[in-house]
Design a protein around this ligand. Structure first.
Ligand SMILES: *Cc1c(COP(=O)(O)O)cnc(C)c1O
Length: 345
């Protein structure tokens, strides 16, 4: 049976061009800095994000952790959203491994932090307080409808950070979705950031890897942090080669995923027993709420799985659908039909 897998864009499999590039990759020992394919990917990443340098790491989680470890020392405070990936889904790694104190602020529905909230949260110089060092923002914001944060918002963040002598980190796991949705360069979205990350292994369909971008000095320190976390890789050009294809061929097509997500949201909005807000869908993520009593997201996920549609339960009455490279507009229409059937039976 054909399965329409809408759980995540992480399920994307490498393209034929990626597999060819991986087979043919020129490699060396990257801990010695001698893998030409990794070096090329890092140069391309830095250029795309408008930074001096970049570092190839195993995952988005490692990219964020490495960045936080460089920006903050033990007992320093990081300000981040209460729905951010770094706060919710990274095992509290910054606290567990870095002794970094997280201060959460309410994420607005559009994925931003209210800058007045941030300003109030910054600690004055006082022996009782940790020192506020860093603001972490997420673009696009996974748990806030995949919302893209705009260059205008980021400019305000930059000015505020500058006034308070804070660093800014952007978790840009899906930064290219934001750039495509807003019609800007990804570099315009992170120009005020001291560090920014992105994932190759989500919508861009590469099998493994993320990049951390920043100044040359920052990346030199990030390289040390990666090594102590066990993230030094040897002939990593084999996987970096797929990343080069991802950056070259897979960014512009993200617009298709966004069209399909809007199509899905509109289709689902017509189903009475579900609550979906098509206006909130700006990129490739659709959240579906189940107001109907008696049916949980797990019930619905199990039911749909038998019909060949996969959605991700993200709460007792909430599911997530993420359009991706393997999902066509016909798949979207079929999924809407099957979900409708499941909800009306
Ligand atoms: C997926 C994701 C990460 C982590 O990436 P992994 O490669 O799964 O570790 C970090 N931040 C955001 C916003 C993500 O969506």
């Amino acid at each position: 049976m054909r399965v329409i897998d809408l759980r995540s864009d992480t399920i994307t499999r490498p393209t034929a061009a990626m597999r060819r590039a991986m087979a043919d990759a020129e490699v060396g020992d990257d801990v010695f800095g001698e893998d030409p394919t990794v070096n090329r990917l890092e140069e391309m990443a830095a250029e795309r994000l408008g930074k001096e340098a970049a570092l190839f790491v195993a995952s988005g989680t490692m990219a964020n952790l490495v960045s936080l470890l460089v920006h903050c020392g033990r007992g320093d405070e990081v300000i981040l959203g209460d729905r951010s990936h770094t706060f919710l889904y990274e095992q509290g790694g910054c606290a567990a491994l870095g002794g970094i104190h997280p201060r959460t602020l309410v994420n607005q529905p559009d994925g931003t932090l209210d800058l007045r909230d941030v300003e109030e949260a910054v600690r004055p110089d006082n022996v009782h307080f940790p020192r506020t060092r860093l603001i972490v923002l997420e673009n696009t914001h996974n748990r806030c409808s995949g919302a893209p944060l705009t260059p205008e918002y980021m400019k305000g963040v930059g000015e505020m950070a500058c006034r308070h002598n804070l660093k800014v980190h952007v978790d840009g796991a899906r930064i290219f979705n934001a750039a495509v949705a807003l019609g800007v360069d990804a570099s315009d979205l992170v120009s005020v950031a001291d560090s920014a990350t992105f994932c190759l292994s989500k919508g861009l369909a590469a099998p493994v890897g993320s990049l951390v971008c920043g100044s040359r000095d920052f990346i030199a320190e990030a390289r040390r942090a990666r090594k102590v976390l066990g993230g030094g890789m040897r002939q990593a050009g084999v996987i970096a080669a797929a990343g080069i294809v991802a950056l070259t061929e897979m960014i512009d097509r993200l617009a298709e995923d966004h069209d399909n997500a809007r199509r899905l949201a509109k289709g689902l909005a017509d189903i009475n027993s579900l609550s979906v807000d098509p206006a909130s869908v700006k990129t490739n993520i659709v959240y579906i709420n189940i107001p109907r009593k008696g049916m949980t997201s797990k019930d619905l996920a199990d039911r749909l799985r038998r019909d060949g549609v996969m959605l991700l339960p993200t709460g007792p009455r909430q599911m997530r659908a993420v359009t991706n490279y393997h999902i066509t507009s016909d798949d979207v229409d079929d999924a809407v039909g099957l979900i409708h059937k499941a909800m009306t039976e």
